[in-house]
Design a protein around this ligand. Sequence first.
Ligand code: FDM
Length: 212
Amino acid sequence: SGPIDNPRGALVVLEGLDRSGKTSQASGLLSYLERLGLSAELWRFPDRNTCVGQMISSYLTNKSHLDDQTIHLLFSANRWEKRSLMESKLKSGTTLIVDRYSYSGVAFSSAKGLDIEWCKGPERGLLAPDLVVYLNIPPEKASERGGYGGEKYEQLEFQRKVAQHYEILHDATWKIVDACLPMEDVAKQLQELVLDCVTKCQEGKPLSNLWS
Ligand code: FDM
């Protein structure tokens, strides 16, 4: 069976600062794809449901302390433990909309001062997204939106650093959407980008690995 008989799903990643609208846009995208009759699922990282995810969650809610390298590797392990399921879903034709991925991993950890190449190391060999959309919002604007929760990284000063580190990671495959636009306009742009990407994957665009 060739790519036409057995089309694969697309791996779509949404990135952006806290309060950039990723989570709402991701669920909007899911219903859009379902309305088109496509098989799709919403994923997010960290996935707090696994044992590793619970360690991450207790770190983020300040219930435990871990040094920067250790938490970085846990975030990465949390993606590795999902890699084979991710691959089989994609190969069976399901499109995955993923709220945060390795770019969050590298941007947040390098914003704390870790070397960017060191941060990328454990991410190599994970599945490469077919599309990364960055929801672009100035940190100040994001912080005005209904306020942050109480988690570890939800502070304006740190979010500014994260924004700078995301900028270093941008490459030609990223699509940047202005997250300050009205929600419906952001949604429209996302829908177009995602549909185009899903089509390319159906037409046989191969899956590849990240940063290798
Ligand atoms: N985060 C998320 C990281 O520091 N590294 C990662 O690899 C990932 C996936 O965890 F502040 C940070 C980003 C955010 C926090 O994310 C929790 P959510 O989206 O708020 O659950």
